[in-house]
Write a protein that binds this ligand. Structure first.
Ligand code: ADP
Ligand code: MG
Length: 304
């Protein structure tokens, strides 16, 4: 019986290892966003980024042909400027980011970066040019150092640490017994949503791409950390084309352009002050949120 048990037990261990390895592989593909629906054109060329102008031209898109998501979206983000996208959950904000990274191809219209249709360039060059801090960051089952360096293969330890300092996660990492060698993820230390997000920010800072996408990048953070990071994000996005999908409207006061989405369409656009004084959808959202923020501040005072 023992003779039978040992190999079975061994097979059990092997099975678990293989299953884990497959799960890791799946996560890696998710992270690399390998998507069978999108492939390089036979004559695809590398994307040439000069200023980083982004144009959505009459973009229509549906995940499922029965249910249109984006309809007639026109958007021009001038080189080096910041465009904020706001709107209710399900309005299609993250879909804009996914299309720009080319997880999916548009069904109507076109998406251009510096005049090049993104369907005509290699995915590798496109994704090298764009840094994305997604809503839900997936980390590799590997060390924190590896997870940050993923943004720039071959990065030195001091580059990794500088990025972590800027993303406000260095002190936390240093406080761990194994520091930057701490394994995170499934089989290692579980990080909170805010900590994972800061690792993703550090990775993006290290990657240093000409185009940035932040998808509600600071939504999982407490307000003090959020403010500290907002200053960093502002600094790195200063001379880069940035698409920021914003949750807290107070973080986009300085955006060059704000786009309000509703049910897959752009319903308003302008600068913060213009939209507030226009008294439309954005003004109503702002009135609601600034009221809530005052309530939060009052609650914090009461607790303190
Ligand atoms: P937002 O970021 O504004 O909350 P999304 O762009 O994520 O909205 O989603 C827009 C709509 O598309 C939602 O109704 C959502 O349910 C749908 N959707 C998002 N991702 C998928 C998907 N992978 N497959 C099918 N429908 C999706
Ligand atoms: Mg979203």
């Amino acid at each position: 019986l023992i003779q039978l048990f040992i190999p079975l037990n061994f097979l059990g261990v092997l099975y678990r290892e293989i299953k884990q390895a497959l799960a890791d592989l799946e996560r890696m593909f998710n992270l690399l966003h390998v998507n069978r629906e999108v492939s390089d054109a036979p004559d695809a060329r590398p994307l040439q980024v000069s200023g980083g102008e982004i144009v959505f031209e009459q973009v229509g898109f549906a995940y499922d042909p029965e249910r249109p998501i984006l309809q007639g979206v026109d958007l021009r983000i001038a080189p080096g400027t910041t465009c904020a996208v706001v709107g209710a959950s399900g309005a299609g904000k993250s879909t804009l980011a996914r299309l720009l990274f080319r997880f999916y191809d548009v069904n109507q219209g076109a998406l251009r970066i510096d005049g090049q249709d993104i369907r005509s360039v290699t995915q590798e060059s496109l994704r090298k040019s764009i840094g994305i801090v997604p809503q839900d960051t997936v980390l590799f089952n590997d060390t924190i150092a590896y997870n940050i360096a993923y943004g720039k293969p071959g990065a030195t330890q001091s580059e990794i640490e500088a990025a972590a300092v800027a993303a406000q996660i260095h002190d936390f990492i240093q406080s761990l017994p194994q520091g930057y060698d701490t394994v995170v993820g499934e089989r290692g230390l579980k990080l909170s949503g805010g900590e994972k997000q800061r690792v993703a920010i550090a990775r993006t800072l290290l990657k240093n791409p000409p185009i940035l996408i932040f998808d509600e990048a600071t939504s999982a953070l407490d307000s003090r950390t959020e403010q500290a990071i907002a200053a960093q994000l502002k600094a790195i996005s200063a001379d880069r084309t940035t698409l920021v999908i914003a949750h807290r409207l107070s973080t986009i006061v300085d955006a060059d352009q704000i786009v309000v989405m509703e049910a897959g369409r752009v319903i308003e656009r302008g600068r913060f002050d213009e939209l507030v004084s226009a008294g439309g959808a954005f003004a109503r959202m702002w009135a609601l949120q600034s009221g809530e923020e005052q309530d939060d501040a009052r609650a914090e005072e009461l607790v303190a």
